[in-house]
Design a protein around this ligand. Structure first.
Ligand code: 13P
Length: 256
C-alpha cells in the first residue's frame, strides 16, 4: 500500500448555514491572506450555495479551491430548491455528500449519498463523502459495522479509479459541534477500518490513494495531535473554519 506521505493532505472548511455572499467573500479573502502551506496542503472552502460565486471570485487568484455543501443527482428539471452538479461549473471543484446533518435532519439515505457521489464524479468534481457513527452506535460497539455499511453503499457503485480520486471524511456524529473531538487513537482506528473497507472493495492501490480526513470539533488546540497521525489525511472543519486565523492554524498543522 502507498505510504501515507504519498497522499497530499486536504483541509476543507464547511461553513454550514453561515455567511452570505459578502461576509463569505470577506472570510475567503482573510483565509487567502494567511500564510498557508498551499504547495503541500490542498485547501477547500465550502460556503452555502448563495456564497459560491463571491467566494470563487475571492480566491480566483489563489490555489484555494471551492466546494459545494450539497448537490442533487439529477442534472436539471423540476426539483425546487435543489442545485445540480452541472450548475456548479466554474464555481466549485468539490462537493460534500453524506454529511451527518443531511442524513439526520434531511433524511438523506445511503442510496442518496451513492447517487450524489456518482453525479459529482460524472460532473468532473471531487466528492468529499462523509461517514460516521452516532454515540449510541459507538457505545454499542457498532462503529465498524456502521462505517462499513455507509462506505460500501457508495463504493459498490464506484470504480477503483473513482474511489482513489475521491475524498472520504470520517466524522463521528458525537464529535460534530460538541467540542468533544475523537482522540487521535479513535480517529486513526476508524480511518484504518475505512481504508480496509476500501481495500476489500477495490484493492490496495485504491485504498492507498484515497484520502481520508477526520472531522468533528477540530480546533487549533487539537489539530497537531490529530493531523500528525499516519493515515489521517487532513480535516473537515466546521466551527473553527469560520475564523480565518483558526482555520489557517489547522491548515498549517496538516502540512507534512
Ligand atoms: P465542527 O468542526 O463544528 O465540529 O463540525 C464538523 C463538521 O461537521 C464538518 O463538516
Amino acid at each position: 500500500m502507498t505510504s501515507p506521505k504519498a497522499r497530499r493532505p486536504i483541509v476543507a472548511a464547511n461553513w454550514k448555514m453561515n455567511t452570505g455572499p459578502d461576509d463569505g467573500a470577506r472570510l475567503a479573502r482573510a483565509v487567502a491572506a494567511e500564510d498557508l502551506p498551499l504547495a503541500q496542503v490542498e485547501v477547500v472552502l465550502c460556503p452555502p450555495a448563495t456564497g459560491l460565486t463571491s467566494v470563487a471570485e475571492a480566491v480566483a487568484d489563489s490555489p484555494i479551491a471551492v466546494g459545494a455543501q450539497h448537490v442533487y443527482w439529477e442534472s436539471s428539471g423540476a426539483f425546487t430548491g435543489e442545485i445540480s452538479v452541472p450548475m456548479l461549473t466554474g464555481l466549485a471543484a468539490y462537493a460534500i455528500t453524506g454529511h451527518s446533518e443531511r442524513r439526520q435532519l434531511f433524511g438523506e439515505t445511503d442510496l442518496d449519498v451513492q447517487r450524489k457521489t456518482l453525479a459529482i464524479l460524472a460532473g468532473g468534481l471531487t466528492p468529499i463523502v462523509a461517514v460516521g457513527e452516532s454515540l449510541d452506535q459507538r457505545d454499542a460497539g457498532e462503529t465498524l459495522a456502521v462505517l462499513r455499511t455507509q462506505i460500501t453503499a457508495v463504493l459498490e457503485a464506484l470504480s477503483p479509479e473513482q474511489t482513489a480520486a475521491s475524498v472520504i471524511a470520517y466524522e463521528p456524529v458525537w464529535a460534530i459541534g460538541t467540542g468533544r473531538n475523537a482522540s487521535p487513537e479513535q480517529a486513526q482506528e476508524a480511518i484504518g477500518w475505512i481504508r480496509d473497507t476500501v481495500s476489500a472493495a477495490h484493492g490496495c492501490p485504491a485504498a492507498g490513494r484515497v484520502r481520508i480526513q477526520y472531522g468533528g470539533s477540530v480546533s487549533p488546540d487539537n489539530c497537531d495531535e490529530l493531523l500528525s497521525r499516519d493515515g489521517i489525511d487532513g480535516a473537515l472543519v466546521g466551527g473553527a473554519s469560520l475564523d480565518a486565523a483558526q482555520f489557517a492554524a489547522i491548515v498549517r498543522a496538516a502540512a507534512p
